[in-house]
Design a binder for this molecule. Structure first.
Ligand code: 2AM
Ligand code: CA
Length: 272
């Protein structure tokens, strides 16, 4: 009998093949709202994943970024992002992934994130550890923010939204080894799990962007919260994931920036 893990890995690998084969050959780019890009490849990838998961587990619920909700109310549901990093994908920037999670009674019990170009398959299952291909993952042992490498992302509506992330980016860049901005939240979370990054934060993410990555970071020994250090709320999507050791230090910096915008301090020439 197929297990959920086998099914999710099969779906992620097959979708990864489809997505990588069609890189550079997108037929249509549409906008969902003013900023959110969707391509024909996102839709075809989701259709492929859904067909595999539904045929293996017809009773499970499913929420996909491009397809909405099926079997709402089921105690177990899949959360599917057929391409995480669609903006990168449309530009041919090689950093995107397929993300599939299984949620059970509000807990992420399984996460699979696949980067088809690097052939890196990250997965974790509750109690079974986090893995990259056949290697067990653990978060970094970095104890200090000053020597940490971080990543963030900016919401798609960054031009319009009042809570801009620039002040956090600006400040934490100065306080650390640097802040990357790579465009796939799912992969950024996996990089925290793998110890390639010591921390990652972003706001306003959707459940399918983070669900699998949360399972993987947790099983790799990392810590997840919102930007204030409070429990992460998937409906809000404000996430801070670290190796645990630098968590409080990052929270203290983020808290000190609350309600402030870069425009306050980044006004150009200093008059004296
Ligand atoms: P996506 O490619 O699946 O849309 C990049 O900063 C991260 O933000 C990616 O994980 C990206 O996922 C996500 N993202 C981009 N636009 C978004 C939007 N309008 N709402 C929520 N998440 C978004
Ligand atoms: Ca997506």
């Amino acid at each position: 009998m197929t297990t959920p893990r086998e099914s999710a890995i099969k779906a992620a690998r097959q979708a990864g093949l489809l997505v990588s084969e069609r890189l550079g050959r997108i037929r249509d780019i549409d906008y969902k709202g003013a900023y959110n890009i969707v391509t024909d490849v996102d839709r075809d990838s989701e259709e492929l994943i859904v067909s595999i998961l539904r045929s293996d587990f017809p009773d499970f619920g499913l929420v996909g970024e491009e397809g909405g909700e099926k079997q709402a109310g089921s105690p177990r549901r899949w959360l599917v992002d057929p391409i995480d990093g669609t903006t990168n994908y449309t530009h041919g920037y090689p950093f995107f992934s397929i993300s599939i999670a299984l949620e059970e009674a509000g807990r992420m019990v399984l996460g699979v994130v696949y980067n088809p170009l690097a052939d890196e398959l990250f997965w974790a299952e509750e109690g079974k550890g986090a893995w990259l291909n056949d290697r067990r993952l653990a978060v970094s042992a970095q104890r200090s923010l000053a020597t940490s490498l971080l990543a963030t992302g900016f919401p798609a509506d960054t031009r319009a939204a009042p809570d801009d992330n620039m002040i956090r980016f600006f400040t934490l860049t100065d306080l650390s080894h640097g802040v990357r901005r790579d465009g796939s939240a799912a992969l950024d979370l996996c990089f925290v799990a793998a110890g390639r990054l010591d921390g990652f934060w972003e706001t306003k993410l959707s459940p399918w962007d983070v669900a699998a990555g949360i399972a993987i970071v947790s099983e790799a020994g990392g810590r997840i919260s919102d930007l204030s250090g409070q429990p992460f709320d998937i409906r809000k999507g404000h996430i801070l994931a670290t190796n645990g050791l630098i968590h409080d230090e990052v929270v203290a910096v983020l808290e000190s920036l609350k309600g402030r915008r870069l425009a306050e301090i980044g006004s150009g020439e200093d008059s004296n």
